[in-house]
Design a protein around this ligand. Structure first.
Ligand code: TRP
Length: 453
């Protein structure tokens, strides 16, 4: 492994937040929140973050920093079973990257189209915007171009290295992202109907809670925090031994959650204010928002800001995905490839899978499995609902049962710079040993349809 460390004190927090904050927060979280009942979903989501997501995040940082190895060998044990989480992480990130790049490409296309004026604002009705979206999805060559551009952009930063590439990108991108988010949220909340939306978002209606909503909230918390994918493990291998793990994880989980909420505060008020359908799903960002930007004062500027926000957030995540997959790849071939060779090999192979992903919106749309699922649906399901939770389960079991307790404490103490209280240990150990494994297993059983709760 490289002996690089993050240069600045905030390096890890910015990079880990950069990985966590992405399309999952800005594109997925608002539409899921609105689809699954507003406050009820938000409440469950926060619950999942506190009792499962956060402890797992701490667990992954612990594993990465104490081993300083890629996820393939970070679960240190002679038992070959513990190579599996690394392999699962590789497959998961490989798959996630193959479709994430495509959606990131849509965002780039929307940004470019807004700036050049090919996406016209102020059109009469919503369907003109759905035509734009449908045309984009239907055009293999457009998808190919923008996905390819996103691959190049991502490779550029990862090849530049940990400090001058990834750390520098996150140091500029994350503050920028926050500024854009806050400007947009203030604008959205002050629209007519904005406060109604805020109420929808924060009002808890227990009657809306059911198994589907619980599964959605848990899956989203894993995906959003980048848990189970090895990304946090890799980033933690570059973390200085003296940095406080609990604090870094608190910031990462806190910022990730805050961005999800801010994004919902942008999207939901805009939808409320124009009286649109909240249960739109994935089209919410790409169809409904452009229509609304076109009909609000200063919409053109806000549209540019919004799509720039999506692009920046996606980029800091694709960079993390490429960094982790290429690190595992290099580890798997016992460093026979150089860092750059590994980055290129992984990018080219992922791009090959992306070629199929792009097709599932058009030429391969008719090619479905398991009752109507396209390649895109199947791979997303496999990664988000099966591989990432299994990765999280492995982390919980490893830190809870395999890693010697004194080592866990020693690592948390960060070379003696931090005191770890009894209550903190009790909370971490209880959640990792019992809570996280039980919940993940129950949710997996329920998802696979083996057991109905
Ligand atoms: N957390 C990212 C998002 O919310 C998605 C993601 C999942 C991810 N696993 C990852 C990003 C691993 C980078 C690395 O958009």
């Amino acid at each position: 492994m490289s002996s690089n460390l993050w240069k600045s004190k905030l390096g890890f927090i910015l990079a880990a937040s950069g990985s966590a904050i992405g399309l999952g927060n800005i594109w997925k979280f608002p539409y899921m929140t609105s689809q699954y009942g507003g406050g009820a979903f938000l409440f469950l989501y926060l619950f999942c973050v506190i009792v499962i997501g956060y402890p797992l995040l701490v667990g992954e940082v612990l594993i990465g920093r104490s081993s300083r190895k890629s996820p393939l060998h970070a679960y240190e044990s002679k038992n070959m079973f513990w190579r599996l989480p690394g392999i699962a992480a590789f497959i998961a990130t490989f798959i996630v990257m193959s479709y994430y790049m495509v959606i990131a490409g849509w965002s780039l296309k929307y940004l470019v189209a807004t700036i050049t004026g090919s996406l016209q604002f102020g059109l009469e009705n919503n369907s003109d915007y759905s035509d734009f979206f449908t045309n984009l999805l239907g055009s293999y060559s457009s998808l190919l171009l923008y996905t390819f551009l996103f691959f190049i952009l991502t490779m550029y930063f990862v090849i530049k290295g940990i400090n001058s590439g990834i750390e520098k990108l996150n140091t500029y991108a994350m503050p920028l992202l926050f500024i854009i988010l806050i400007v947009l949220a203030v604008r959205a909340v002050t629209l007519e109907g904005g406060l109604e939306a805020v109420e929808y978002l924060f009002k808890l209606d227990f009657s809306k809670i059911n198994t589907t909503v619980i599964i959605a909230a848990l899956g989203q918390s894993f995906f959003s925090l980048s848990i189970g994918s090895g990304a946090i493990i890799i980033y933690a291998t570059y973390l200085n031994g003296k940095e406080n793990i609990l604090k870094s994880s608190t910031y990462t989980a806190g910022l990730d959650t805050l961005v999800g909420i801010l994004a919902a505060l942008i999207v939901i008020p805009i939808v409320f204010s124009f009286g649109h359908d909240l249960s739109q799903g994935p089209g919410l960002t790409f169809v409904t928002l452009p229509y609304m930007f076109g009909n609000m004062v200063g919409g053109f500027i806000f549209a540019i800001l919004f799509f720039a926000l999506l692009v920046v957030a996606a980029l800091t995540s694709t960079v993390a995905l490429l960094e982790v997959t290429s690190a595992i790849c290099r580890d798997a071939v016992k460093n026979k490839l150089t860092r750059n060779q590994s980055i290129v090999v992984v990018s080219v192979s992922t791009f090959a899978l992306s070629l199929l992903q792009m097709g599932s919106f058009n030429v391969l749309g008719g090619f479905t499995m398991f009752g109507g699922m396209t390649i895109f649906d199947v791979t997303d399901y496999l990664a988000s609902n099966i591989l990432l939770p299994l990765g999280g389960l492995a982390t919980a079991l490893y830190v809870g049962y395999i890693m010697p307790k004194h080592k866990v404490i020693q690592e948390l103490q960060s070379e003696g710079t931090t005191n770890v209280g009894v209550k903190t240990m009790l909370y971490l150990m209880t959640t990792l040993k019992y809570f996280a494994p039980v919940v993940v297993i129950m949710v997996m059983l329920s998802i696979t349809g083996l057991v109905k709760f």
